[in-house]
Design a protein around this ligand. Structure first.
Ligand code: PDD
Length: 282
């Protein structure tokens, strides 16, 4: 049985039901988080909960529980599953109410948390990408479940035989359809800045920046032009479920000069070590 949490109850996911009037279902009026556990310990919980709280406040959904409350839910789900490594999905919607564009008053948010086995992979993977025009909305910093634009872009990339779409808006790189991006050029590391609302400020992105700095290399957040992407020595994608992967083919061309991507490999190893040392046990 796969146990999930729904509005205060722990139940088999097959029995978890939400109203068809739930605004998450009707409008995508909800925010979410994805995080992982390894050997029964959660990684990056404070960062994920901070982002969740920020997103809830951005979309004016009241916080449904305290940080201790979230921690307790995740701990209970960990103990309900045999697998040591899990990925968690947290969703908070504004709640169920008669369909209306106005925000309803006095509605309780719907809170859902599920987990699934997560295969912890220690390889440094290389993936194929294509560039696509970033046609999403102007608040990509909010981790909303309204992901249709991201899904269309991801699937357009898949149709072209790629793993991920690298998005470009008005000539500047933003992020992947479900990942953040870094480029390496002449030993320097750059990632598109997060202060213009065009990217989701990833928890992994922040940690990778810190790890790059900790090995004595500057990691600069700034605007990254499409032409810089196309002549990068290395390109990395980061996310909570895939950590850090290298892009080896972009728009059908090989990326870089050293196809072993040595800096990415080094940061991947450092990140894995950091993760193993920073798990929150219960
Ligand atoms: N997505 N940008 C987008 C658009 C994303 O969807 C994600 C992650 C990231 C990376 O954020 P983080 O490092 O905090 O996971 C960046 C997740 C994993 C998902 O939707 O499943």
């Amino acid at each position: 049985m796969t146990t999930c949490f729904l509005n205060g109850n722990y139940l088999d996911i097959k029995d978890a039901k939400v109203s068809v009037l739930d605004r998450g279902f009707i409008f995508g009026d909800s925010v979410y988080e994805v995080l992982t556990s390894q050997d029964g310990g959660i990684f990056g919980l404070t960062d994920h909960l901070s982002r969740l709280e920020k997103n809830l406040s951005e979309v004016m959904i009241p916080r449904p529980m305290s940080r201790d409350g979230w921690r307790e839910v995740l701990a209970k789900l960990i103990s309900a599953h045999e697998e040591a490594d899990l990925s968690f999905y947290i969703q908070v919607s504004r709640g169920a109410a008669p369909r209306s564009h106005d925000f309803p008053q006095d509605v309780k948010p719907t809170v859902f948390v599920m987990c699934q086995p997560y295969v912890m992979d220690h390889e440094f993977h290389q993936v194929t990408c294509v560039t696509l025009e970033d046609n999403r909305w102007g608040r990509c910093d909010i981790k909303t479940t309204s992901l249709l634009p991201n899904l269309l872009l991801k699937n357009a990339a898949i149709e072209k035989g790629a793993h991920e779409a690298i998005l470009v808006r008005s000539g500047y790189v933003t992020e992947g359809a479900s990942s953040n991006i870094f480029i390496v050029k002449d030993g320097q590391v750059f990632t598109p800045s997060a202060n213009d609302r065009t990217i989701l400020p990833g928890v992994t992105r922040k940690l990778i920046c810190d790890i790059v700095q900790s090995v004595g290399i500057e990691c600069t957040e700034r605007e990254v032009r499409r032409d810089e992407l196309m002549c990068a020595d290395e390109i990395w994608l980061t996310s909570s479920t895939s950590d850090i992967v290298a892009v080896n083919i972009l728009d059908q061309k090989l990326v870089g000069v050293d196809f072993d991507y040595p800096l990415g490999r080094r940061i991947h190893k450092a990140f894995k070590d950091y993760k193993a040392d920073n798990l929150l046990g219960f």
